[in-house]
Write a protein that binds this ligand. Structure first.
Ligand SMILES: NC(=O)c1ccc[n+]([C@@H]2O[C@H](COP(=O)([O-])OP(=O)(O)OC[C@H]3O[C@@H](n4cnc5c(N)ncnc54)[C@H](O)[C@@H]3O)[C@@H](O)[C@H]2O)c1
Length: 253
């Protein structure tokens, strides 16, 4: 067991829980932080190893972000690794707007849960590590293939733009974090077979996406988590400011 501590936002969701597991398997102690405390606790209870915690976090609220980081550092010690997973698309079967039909409220809520929430967590982490820098610190944030393509096929313009903002934020954080020993990278998954995706994307759309993917399938949450675990490790020390694609080759066709 190392002394490295990770805080994972959205840690109770599909990719978040897989990330918590991969980090715990790599001997990190994990703070599983999610707006859904009960699911965060259930995720934490199944992690290998000891010394993990679960906590309630709303990435939209500054005071909630500050409290979650403070509680993690008080309970576990200084955080080495921040993984920002909380977020997602807000489209539903009933509301899948094109730009011309999109309400300002939909745009703002999508931007908030993705890019604003990531910004608030990254800001808090940089503040803490400025006060007490540590070697091999890491920021990893979930962007999306939609942030590169615009999101017109499966999601929406607000989601694509909010994820593009995260990729840009990581490039800036890479420059500002470097003197503090922090690397910052984004992950851009293609369609990953999580419960959320099974609810939000029809079986026909999932099959069509698999058919358009060179590897002819959707990704697994564990395959995203394994890339995050590498970026979280000291072995990734010369990788910063990058967007790592985990998409079965989909971007190329
Ligand atoms: N699944 C995919 O195909 C896919 C593809 C590209 C990118 N992503 C991104 O990966 C991330 C996880 O996706 P997923 O499929 O695991 O979704 P998910 O819905 O299972 O996980 C999201 C988690 O974030 C939590 N959350 C939501 N709002 C929050 C808030 N305000 N504060 C704290 N926690 C909050 C949810 O409770 C949930 O546990 C998202 O950012 C998503 O945009 C997913």
């Amino acid at each position: 067991m190392t002394n490295r501590i990770a805080l994972v936002t959205g840690g109770a969701g599909g990719i978040g829980a897989a990330t918590c597991r991969a980090l715990a398997e790599n001997d990190l102690r994990v703070a599983v932080a999610d707006i859904d405390l009960a699911r965060a606790q259930a995720t934490m209870a199944e992690l290998p190893g000891k010394g993990h915690i679960a906590l309630a976090l709303d990435v939209l609220r500054e005071e909630s972000v500050a409290a979650a980081f403070a509680r993690t550092e008080a309970s576990l010690g200084a955080i080495s690794v921040l993984v920002c997973v909380a977020g997602g698309s807000l489209i539903t079967d009933d509301y899948r707007p094109k730009i011309a039909d999109m309400t300002l409220d939909f745009w703002s809520r999508t931007e908030a849960v993705n890019s604003r929430g990531t910004f608030l967590c990254v800001r808090e982490f940089l503040r803490l590590r400025t006060q007490s820098p540590m070697a091999d610190a890491r920021i990893i944030a979930l962007a999306s293939l939609a942030g590169q393509t615009g999101g017109s096929s499966q999601t929406d313009a607000a989601y694509g733009a909010s994820k593009a903002a995260i990729m840009s934020l990581m490039r800036n954080a890479a420059v500002q974090g470097a003197p503090l020993g922090i690397t910052a990278n984004a992950i851009a998954p293609g369609l990953i077979d999580t419960e959320k995706v099974r609810m939000a994307v029809t079986p026909e759309q999932r099959e069509a996406t698999a058919a358009q993917t060179p590897l002819k399938r959707l990704g697994l949450a564990s395959e995203v988590a394994d890339v995050i675990a590498f970026l979280a490790s000291p072995k990734s020390g010369f990788v910063t400011g990058q967007t790592v694609n985990v998409n079965g080759g989909r971007f190329m066709i």
